[in-house]
Design a protein around this ligand. Structure first.
Ligand SMILES: [Zn+2]
Ligand SMILES: [Zn+2]
Ligand SMILES: [Zn+2]
Length: 165
């Protein structure tokens, strides 16, 4: 599986931006929060709250620092979700780092491969999204606000794999 992506270069940037957003929102930048940020910034797949807990505590035990509990992980993820630092991918409910923290695009879509679960966050240009927004407003008198949704499908890699077999 080619999960090796050039994500490491964004790692530092993501951590710094998260810290800044936390501070700006008045939230404390605690050690467990930083640990979750660091883990998600280097992860190539979505991580469940359980996996996040285990990974962080594995590191803590190695360094003989304090371990955290599952409830703390849920609280951290909940806070991060509200601030837009992370996104949740369905149906697994795993978490991924937002890769567009500095992005001004109006709409983002998570494209999720149902076979390898690879998930990528992409921008949708305004002129493509506008007709959809207009349609929803006209037909349902509903104003879309939270511009992030998920589209399931199969990635290029998994499709090639199917064709060979
Ligand atoms: Zn995002
Ligand atoms: Zn973007
Ligand atoms: Zn795939």
């Amino acid at each position: 599986m080619d999960t090796v992506k050039s994500k490491t270069s964004c790692t530092d940037y993501y951590s710094q931006k998260c810290e800044q957003i936390l501070r700006d929102s008045g939230a404390k930048v605690t050690k467990p929060r930083l640990a979750v940020i660091k883990l998600l910034s280097t992860a190539t797949d979505c991580l469940s709250p359980r996996e996040i807990l285990e990974e962080i505590n594995l590191t803590s035990r190695k360094k003989s620092t304090q371990v955290i509990d599952q409830v703390s992980v849920y609280r951290i993820l909940d806070a991060f979700l509200k601030l837009g630092l992370v996104h949740q991918v369905f149906p697994t409910g795993g978490y991924i780092a937002c890769t567009h923290l500095n992005c001004k695009a109006g709409l983002h879509i998570l494209i999720h491969c149902t076979e390898c679960h690879n998930t990528e966050e992409i921008d949708i240009p305004g002129d493509i999204f506008s007709p959809l927004k207009w349609y929803i407003e006209q037909h349902k008198s509903f104003v879309p606000k939270n511009h992030l949704f998920q589209i399931d499908g199969t990635c290029m890699h998994c499709r090639k794999h199917d064709e060979i077999n």
